[in-house]
Write a new protein. Structure first.
Length: 317
């Protein structure tokens, strides 16, 4: 008499551990909360720097929650493609108008509602969820996170393309910066927002969704999502406070990578040869980062900056 076949147990680090469907309503509620927060904050008039910091942290926490909840809820490939198509059709025309005509009455009205930025975050989260399917096992998360962090450090801090675009006085570069960032709501004094305004890059939301979707798919723990979301909110909000207070542009993928590896390291299992390969790769990455840093310092010493000493550029991740 044949025994009934038993379902195969998931192999640690190789198969999906969190496959339960998640309702989409938490993401919808988070989106609604962000929209309402925009409407409240834009009507506040205050000279308090504390109010600006509070609104920055609160709005960032809400929009991170929306991105993460979306990445967890929308997991099928067909649904992700549909979301990319719809969100792109709604978000991209406004971003193009913003890049070319930032002072038009229509753009000022729409941006004042927060809706275009919310649509742009939705578009970024959709693409990030789609890219998460490139991760085929849990063991791929740490090396991918480390590589992305290194790339972000180079692009933002060590003279890479993001750094050059953000620091360029060229009007085209400034238009690209406006179009590819999301402005967080801040109170105003009279008709002008308190400076500096904090903004978050499109890629930051993309990779929040990327990491959350991959973690929910491959890390077999019921607390995976809650721990990841809390870690991202705490670390990125603290990071944004540092950005706001200093005015620096800092790479957000570095703290994301730290959160993903530090919170879930027990789920990553490597044999001896894999561990040695990762160690050698880490040393190689450190040498490359040091080389980029040295070259950027040398370039900075040879070419004096053309920007004035007092810059009113928005603080950004």
């Amino acid at each position: 008499m044949n025994r009934p076949s038993e379902p195969a147990m998931p192999t640690p680090g190789s198969q999906s551990g969190n496959t339960n469907a998640r309702p989409v309503w938490p993401a919808v509620l988070s989106a609604g909360a962000y929209f309402l927060f925009w409407q409240v904050v834009r009507h506040l008039h205050t000279d308090s720097e504390g109010a600006v910091l509070l609104s920055t942290v609160a709005s960032l926490a809400i929009v991170i929650t929306f991105t993460a909840e979306f990445a967890r809820a929308v997991s099928s490939r067909r649904a992700i493609v549909l979301h990319i198509a719809i969100s792109g059709a709604l978000a991209l025309p406004v971003r193009l108008i913003l890049a070319g005509h930032p002072n038009s009455a229509l753009v000022r009205f729409l941006m004042g509602t927060g809706i275009p930025d919310l649509l742009f975050v939705w578009f970024a989260a959709s693409i990030g969820s789609a890219l998460s399917w490139l991760i085929r096992a849990a063991n791929m998360i740490p090396p991918v996170a480390a590589a992305l962090a290194l790339a972000d450090i180079w692009t933002v801090l060590l003279g890479g393309p993001v750094h050059r675009i953000m620091m360029s006085p060229n009007r085209v570069a400034q238009a690209v910066t406006r179009a590819m960032t999301v402005e967080l709501p801040a109170p105003s004094t009279g008709a002008a927002p308190i400076q500096p305004i904090s903004v978050v890059g499109f890629a930051d939301f993309l990779f929040i969704a990327f990491f959350v979707a991959a973690a929910c798919r491959y890390l077999p723990s019921p607390n995976t999502f809650a721990r990841t979301l809390k870690g991202l909110i705490v670390v990125l909000c603290a990071y944004m406070l540092l950005v706001h207070l200093t005015g620096w542009a800092l790479p957000a993928l570095l703290p994301m990578a730290v959160v993903m590896i530090a919170l879930h390291w027990r789920h990553f299992h490597y044999n001896r040869s894999e561990a040695f390969a990762l160690a050698y790769a880490a040393v190689f990455i450190a040498l490359i980062a040091t080389g980029f840093w040295f070259m950027s310092r040398r370039s900075a010493s040879l070419h004096a900056p053309a920007l004035p000493a007092t810059s009113t550029r928005p603080s950004t991740l």
